[in-house]
Design a protein around this ligand. Structure first.
Ligand code: SF4
Ligand code: SF4
Length: 98
């Protein structure tokens, strides 16, 4: 694929180039759902490129299995209410290049 074609790839297409080995224990933890309840912007619902965070039924739901480990939520939550740890060895994602 040429560099120009590569640039045309959508984020959705790029997500399909990622392989996951999903752990059954979340590496993303909401520290305090009460903080989310009082969060007026719910920014995690917008900044995550993989739509991991979803506000419903008065709580933040975390689809951790979709995470592509970009690390944005470590700094993106205005209240630093997301605990982010690297998936334990062997789990998480691998990127295919080429
Ligand atoms: S941005 Fe942070 S505090 Fe607000 S809903 Fe998301 S995790 Fe909760
Ligand atoms: S690390 Fe990136 S992809 Fe994973 S949940 Fe946080 S913002 Fe979403």
């Amino acid at each position: 694929m040429s560099a120009a074609e590569e640039r045309k790839q959508s984020i959705e297409e790029k997500l399909f180039t990622i392989r996951y080995k999903v752990d059954d224990i979340s590496h993303l933890i909401i520290k305090d759902q009460n903080v989310c309840m009082n969060c007026s912007t719910k920014e995690c619902n917008y900044f995550c490129p993989a739509d991991v965070y979803h506000w419903a039924d008065d709580m933040t739901h975390v689809a951790f299995e979709n995470c592509i480990e970009c690390g944005t939520c470590r700094i993106g939550c205005p209240d630093y209410n997301i605990e982010w740890v690297y998936p334990k060895g062997g789990y998480g994602i691998t990127y295919k290049f080429g």
